[in-house]
Design a protein around this ligand. Structure first.
Ligand SMILES: Nc1ncnc2c1ncn2[C@@H]1O[C@H](COP(=O)(O)OP(=O)(O)OP(=O)(O)O)[C@@H](O)[C@H]1O
Ligand SMILES: [Mg+2]
Length: 374
């Protein structure tokens, strides 16, 4: 039996990256650009399941082909030591074990700072020097082997001390014209607090990339090719239905595709009925994987606000929400701002808002929806 090519899990690299050609092109240009190019710092901003980690993994693969050592790390308390360790382990195979004459001389000149062997720091350096010096030494040594370094920092959550130190260090290293690039990724809410931090002005200059929905036409084409490869037929109507139901949300693309393949394994024809039940199953799976984690950090008032919005099929007017909740304009503006920052709603025009997480409105309006569980 053919294996299911759809992978509805978080944090993996999909079989194929769909609908991100523009971003990938921009990334390719940035890492091919000269040292210090502003495009070499990027920030991916998107809700859960919009494909941030998938893109970071793709970036890593592309950068490795262009002579970069890549360090993909998660923004936790050990962020800085993780970065150094990953660079050391990824870079070791490119660096010969023996020290060159020039390296020995350099080490003598700078009073014992340097490496014992390969990318392993000598005792003096290991003990007495911090992140900035160590990273700088690694960059210098790797550049002798024509290697740059790309840092991929996933799940940036808040303006933690380690993110600040990384940001400041990055700024210094760019000033010293080191061959380094950085991509950070995080939820809209987390990154908005990062961006408010003055120390991170350099990130404000970074290219900010919003993880917009994938065009439905590209989802349809990918589905069509996948089913054809599987030697399965599907009507245009069913194909369109499946593609539209994803709403261009990458996680749903995987989830719906997976359910169709699972329900129709071994069948020659994928029926409308099969697509219909796959969509239903996929929507049910969103509760635990997307809705609950999205609603968890929100207050009861935030959720009540979203419930008031959910009654509108497409867009909500600020005035209607104020009437529905029996509150004044100031209240609505405050919650509108909170939910915009949290990346749960968008405000495409003045006075108009919309929930941007697919099917969240249906979930919020369910009869058995229980606010107490959040
Ligand atoms: N461009 C894409 N084309 C096809 N599938 C994708 C794409 N981007 C992501 N996916 C798939 O969608 C799912 C979610 O992606 P990913 O884990 O990268 O999301 P995320 O934004 O990192 O979510 P989180 O914020 O929870 O970490 C994965 O199964 C992944 O393979
Ligand atoms: Mg992720």
């Amino acid at each position: 039996m053919k294996t299911n090519i759809f992978t509805p899990t978080f944090g993996n690299k999909p079989f194929r990256i769909i609908g991100r050609d523009d971003i990938l092109q921009e990334f390719d240009e940035a890492i091919s650009a000269p040292v210090g190019h502003p495009g070499r710092s990027m920030m991916l901003i998107g809700q859960r399941g919009t494909g941030k980690t998938a893109l970071l993994l793709e970036f890593a693969e592309r950068a490795q082909k262009k002579n970069y050592i890549t360090a993909k790390v998660t923004a936790n308390a050990q962020l800085l030591s993780d970065i150094l360790q990953v660079i050391q382990s990824q870079g070791a195979k490119f660096v010969k074990g023996k020290k060159s004459i020039s390296e020995v001389n350099t080490e003598v000149n700078i009073k014992g700072i340097g490496f014992s062997l390969g990318l392993t720091f000598n005792e003096e350096t290991e003990k007495n020097y911090g992140f900035r010096i160590k990273l700088s030494l690694l960059l210098d040594k790797l550049s002798k082997y024509n290697k740059g370094v790309l840092l991929l920092v996933d799940e940036v959550q808040s303006s933690s001390d380690s993110i600040r130190e990384l940001a400041t260090t990055y700024q210094h290293l760019i000033g010293e014209e080191k061959n380094i690039a950085i991509v950070m990724a995080g939820l809209p809410s987390a990154l908005s607090s990062v961006l408010n931090d003055k120390i991170l002005t350099f990130l404000n200059r970074a290219k900010q990339i919003k993880m917009n929905p994938i065009p439905i036409s590209e989802v349809r084409q990918f589905y069509q090719e996948s089913f054809e490869n599987n030697k399965q037929e599907i009507s245009d109507k069913a194909l369109e239905k499946a593609a539209k139901a994803t709403q261009g949300f990458p996680y749903l693309l995987q989830l719906i595709g997976y359910q169709i393949e699972r329900n129709c394994a071994g069948l020659k024809v994928i029926s409308d009925q099969c697509v219909q039940s796959a969509i239903k199953e996929a929507k049910a799976a969103l509760a635990d994987s997307v809705f609950k984690p999205c609603l968890n950090p929100l207050s009861n008032q935030d959720i009540a606000f979203l419930q008031a919005m959910a009654k509108d099929k497409t867009y909500s007017c600020v005035d209607d929400i104020a009437t529905r909740l029996k509150v004044n304009q100031g209240y609505v503006q405050m919650y509108r701002k909170r939910l915009l920052d949290a990346g749960v709603i968008a405000a495409p025009r003045r006075g108009i808002m919309t929930i941007i997480i697919p099917y969240l409105n249906e979930y919020l309006l369910q009869e058995n929806f229980d606010l107490a569980t959040f």
